[in-house]
Design a protein around this ligand. Structure first.
Ligand code: PGA
Length: 256
């Protein structure tokens, strides 16, 4: 079970460091309670190194929120995969709906980023999800599977540790209204089947499928207890150690 925090464009350096320290101390205090839970945090680029240092003794992986398709070059403001690995990143989020919405990121660009991540040994957290109109129009599955096909074309996945997929219905992100556990499970099952077709059942069954969109301590247990929900990509509830670890508590309980 992977519990990953997406801090988005939040926290200044001091807040980010404190948040990381609080997460580290909360996990340490929990002792063996969180042994079955894997953690990741994806702070803003500028805090990656400081947060990585704050978490150096904690079982929390570092992730970035985006990556450029090229290794280096004249791309003002962009950040490359070698830069991310050099500051200790394991994961990188690609294709978040906010990138698709505000920067018109296409499936083709998401694909280039996912490939670039893999080429540099980063694990892409590929985000997919439909809008409310698409769901109401009965197109949710078609949209999500098309996004998956677009994002994963040619992405080499040798083991289940090479990829994470996050189902994040756009209408649930930052709205306080999460998908129901049944809605999440239904779409995760569609994604699982799709991954099996692409990568074979052996690997695909273990690729972590995260649910994202208003996951909070109060709804996490019901979502995480669904068979194809292997964790959460958590936005606003990851900005307080208490709520982030509260979700991890629910994950630990679900896992028994
Ligand atoms: P949220 O964000 O938990 O604030 O809804 C989730 C995400 O966008 O990853």
């Amino acid at each position: 079970m992977l519990i990953a925090g997406n801090w988005k464009m939040n926290t200044d350096l001091s807040d980010g460091r404190t948040l990381a320290e609080n997460i580290a101390s909360g996990i340490a205090e929990a002792g063996s309670r969180f042994d079955s839970v894997e953690f990741a945090v994806c702070p803003p680029f500028v805090h990656l190194q400081a947060v990585g240092t704050a978490l150096s003794d904690a079982p929390v992986s570092l992730g970035a929120q985006d990556v450029h398709r090229e290794d280096e070059g004249a791309y003002t403001s962009d950040v490359s995969a070698p830069m991310l690995t050099s500051v200790g990143c394991t994961y990188v989020i690609v294709g978040h709906s906010e990138r698709r919405q505000y920067y018109d990121e296409t499936d083709g660009e998401v694909n280039q980023k996912a490939r670039q991540a893999r080429e540099h040994g980063l694990v892409p957290i590929v985000c997919v999800g439909e809008t409310l109109d698409q769901r109401k129009g009965g197109d949710a599955e078609a949209v999500v599977t098309a996004q998956l096909d677009g994002a994963l074309d040619g992405v080499a996945v040798n083991t289940a540790d090479d990829l994470v997929v996050a189902y994040e219905p756009v209408w649930a992100i930052g709205t306080g209204e999460s998908a129901s556990p049944t809605q999440a499970q239904d779409m995760h099952a569609v994604i699982r089947t799709h991954l099996r077709d692409r990568y074979g059942s052996e690997g695909a069954d273990d690729i972590p499928l995260l649910y994202g969109g208003s996951m909070k301590p109060h709804n996490a247990a019901d979502l995480l207890s669904k068979p194809d929900v292997d964790g959460g990509l958590i936005g606003s509830a990851s900005l307080e150690a208490e709520s982030f670890l509260g979700i991890a508590e629910r994950a630990a309980t679900v896992l028994g």
